[in-house]
Each structure stands twice: as structure tokens, then as C-alpha cells.
Design a protein around this ligand. Structure first.
Ligand SMILES: Cc1ncc(COP(=O)(O)O)c(C=O)c1O
Length: 384
């Protein structure tokens, strides 16, 4: 199996040596039947758990009903999802474009920001990650992801995260928007200061610039609120979401103030698969599950429990533990690869942010017992 994947895949991922064939809740199983607690969570996608029953039932029912319905036709499930998204996001953000991934959600945000404002430039943050297609890649910070693919989209500048002066310094008469993750994920799990996000809103209002929040990783309860923007009580002009929104099926969404979308002419943007009925139905099921089971609260309380336990681990390998809700980074003094492989051998899957930070994005339904098991493994692994 591994050889086949190695032989025929593009080969661009550094792989972990297991073949995962099954998942349920916070656990996954490999082809030999070994069980793992999954703190990678499909890069933060498995918010409602693997193969969540409500999501699975909904997908099966909808697949029997209709799978394909392009967006030139109306569809019941798509309509219901669009209304639900409007209900759970700030009331000013009442229009949504549905796509298939986070990077597409960002591409749409960048396009509508240019069209609406008539301006060309963007301010993103150092350490930011917004995706890998040419527009979102231009907003992304890491040189390694970008340097061999230039020229990228012109007009992107990067300010220092949590530093308003640095943002002010980059503003020109041609700045269309500021784009920011309220908690930087890929960049190493850094939470934005309250005053920084408030200040960005003030600057944007003052200078007639749009504010874009990329909540692709922070959305749907991950940080202890349905959206991280609720920690700051700040409404952006455009909100990008995705990851766990459809219970594990591919989705992205760009949610914005109506006047911003209204600046687009018919046909100026589109997607073959965006708004697919099966994905829309799965998203309705996943979002209702998140709401009905109060998963943001679970993330808050369990996140505090996990953070506290992590901070108590006595290990000189750990430099810093950071995070909010169930979005947690453990910065080490050494490259993390060896520790990731050790944890895997002991039945815990954990991801990285860069070279030296372990990143945990477990399903929000993870149990306290599972958290304790994870802590036990990490204590052992990080001992040396
Ligand atoms: C904040 C943020 N934006 C955008 C993306 C890109 O999403 P996708 O991989 O679904 O294109 C990610 C993915 O990790 C992300 O964390």
C-alpha cells in the first residue's frame, strides 16, 4: 500500500509510516488494527469526530436523492446551508460563496476585495498561512512555500503580527484589504492580542480598507467560540471558513457583507463543485451537531484542561506551550519530527507547525480520558 502511494502520488508530503483505514470519534485505526488517538484531526477538519453518525447518515440519504446540482439551478440543501451560515456568523455578513477548500475561500475574498474597493494591494501578516494557490500563496508568509513559484500576485506586503504600527506603515492609497488569522495556525499557534484585532478594525474603518478574517482553522468551535472573532467582538468585512464545516467533506466558504458581493457581475467568479448538495447536506448536519452538542464550550473547557496538563509537564525539551481552545502548539527546543514518530509508536497522532512546534487540533468531542492518555504519552515522549 505504502509503496503504491509512493510510486504514484506526487510525492510532496513527508509521510508518517502508517496506513489509516478507519476512524471513529477521536480515534483512527491502521491497516494492522492498531488504534491511535488522533490529535492531527485531519489538519483540524475532524471537528465533530471521524465518521460522525449524523454526518454519515445525512451523506448517505443525500447521495440517494441527488449528488450533482450546478449553481445555475437552485437546490434545497444549498439554500438551507446558506441560511444557516448567515445565522451563525455576524448579522452584517449575510452573503456566502461556497467553494471546495480553504484556499478557494481566500481566493474569492481577495478577488471581491479588489473588485469592491477598486484597489490592488493587500496587507497580510508575517508567519501567516492562507493557502497554496497563487493568490492565497501570495498572502502566505513562508519563503519556502513561495520562492520557486514566483512571480506571485503583485501587491502583497507583510506586517508584524500583533503590531499595529507595522500595519500602519504599510498602508497606501491603494490598499484594498488587511487579511489576518485571529490565531495563526500553520505559523506556530499564535493568538492575536485583543487590542490588535480591535485596532485593525479601527484602522480599516479609518482608512476605508476592508478587513478579512481567515477563520479556516479557527472556525466552528475550535478556539472555544463558534468563530474566533467572538473573542474580540469584532466583525470583519469578509470571513473565510472551511476545514470542519462539512464534517470532513471538502468545503470552503467566503462570507461577506452583501454590498461586497453585489459589486461582482454575473459570471465573474464561480466553481463547478461549490455548493454541491451532498457537501451542503453534510455541512448542515455538522453545523447542527456543533450547535446542539455545544462543541465550542467543549473546546474551551477541554482546551483549558489540556493546556494546564501540558504546562505541568516537566521537560527541558519544551520551550513554550501556547494556544486557545483545542488549538494548541507546543514549541520545543529541538526539531519535532522525532517526537512525532515516538508519539505515533505509542498510539498518539500529532502534527507540526514548522520545524520546532508540535500542533494539536483534536476533534472537539475528544474525551477527558483520551486527553489524559495523550498527556501520558507526551510526558514519556518529551522526557528526553
Ligand atoms: C488559516 C488557513 N487558511 C487557509 C488554509 C488553506 O486551506 P486548504 O488547505 O483547505 O486549501 C489553511 C489550511 O491549513 C489554514 O489553516
Amino acid at each position: 500500500m505504502m509503496e503504491i502511494e509512493e510510486k504514484y502520488s506526487a510525492g510532496i508530503y513527508s509521510k508518517r509510516p502508517i496506513i489509516i483505514v478507519k476512524g471513529k470519534g477521536s480515534r483512527v485505526w491502521d491497516i494492522e488494527g492498531r488504534e491511535y488517538i488522533d490529535c492531527v484531526g485531519g489538519f483540524g477538519v475532524a471537528i465533530v469526530g471521524h465518521s460522525n453518525e449524523k454526518v454519515v447518515e445525512t451523506i448517505c440519504e443525500q447521495a440517494k436523492q441527488i449528488i450533482v446540482c450546478p449553481t445555475v439551478f437552485y437546490n434545497d440543501k444549498r439554500a438551507e446551508l446558506l441560511r444557516l451560515v448567515a445565522e451563525i456568523t455576524p448579522k452584517e455578513l449575510s452573503k456566502t460563496f461556497l467553494s471546495n477548500s480553504g484556499t478557494e475561500a481566500v481566493e474569492c475574498a481577495l478577488k471581491i476585495a479588489r473588485k469592491y474597493t477598486g484597489k490592488k494591494e493587500f496587507i497580510a501578516m508575517k508567519r501567516a498561512f492562507h493557502g497554496r494557490t497563487m493568490g492565497s500563496l501570495s498572502a502566505t508568509w513562508k519563503k519556502k512555500y513561495k520562492k520557486n513559484f514566483e512571480p506571485l500576485v503583485p501587491g502583497f506586503k507583510h506586517a508584524t503580527f500583533n503590531n499595529l504600527d507595522s500595519v500602519q506603515d504599510l498602508i497606501t492609497n491603494n490598499t484594498a484589504a488587511i487579511i489576518v488569522e485571529p490565531v495563526q495556525g500553520e505559523g506556530g499557534v499564535y493568538v492575536a492580542d485583543y487590542d490588535f484585532i480591535k485596532g485593525l478594525r479601527d484602522i480599516a474603518d479609518d482608512k476605508d480598507i476592508l478587513l478579512i478574517f481567515d477563520e479556516i482553522q479557527t472556525g466552528f468551535g475550535r478556539t472555544g467560540k463558534m468563530f474566533a472573532l467572538e473573542h474580540y467582538n469584532v466583525t470583519p468585512d469578509i470571513l473565510c471558513i472551511g476545514k470542519g464545516m462539512a464534517g470532513g467533506l471538502p468545503i470552503g466558504a467566503t462570507v461577506a457583507k452583501p454590498e461586497i458581493f453585489e459589486s461582482l457581475d454575473k459570471g465573474e467568479h464561480g466553481s463547478t463543485f461549490g455548493g454541491n448538495p451532498v457537501v451542503a447536506a453534510a455541512a448542515i448536519a455538522a453545523i447542527k451537531y456543533i450547535i446542539n452538542n455545544k462543541l465550542p464550550e467543549h473546546a474551551k473547557i477541554k482546551g483549558e484542561y489540556l493546556l494546564d496538563k501540558l504546562r505541568r509537564i516537566e521537560s527541558n525539551v519544551i520551550r513554550e506551550v501556547r494556544g486557545i481552545g483545542l488549538m494548541i502548539g507546543i514549541e520545543l527546543r529541538f526539531p519535532v519530527k522525532k517526537y512525532i514518530l515516538e508519539a505515533l509508536k505509542k498510539g498518539v497522532l500529532i502534527h507540526s507547525s514548522g520545524i520546532s512546534t508540535l500542533r494539536m487540533l483534536p476533534p472537539l468531542i475528544i474525551t477527558y480520558k483520551e486527553i489524559d492518555m495523550v498527556i501520558e504519552v507526551l510526558e514519556e515522549v518529551l522526557k528526553t
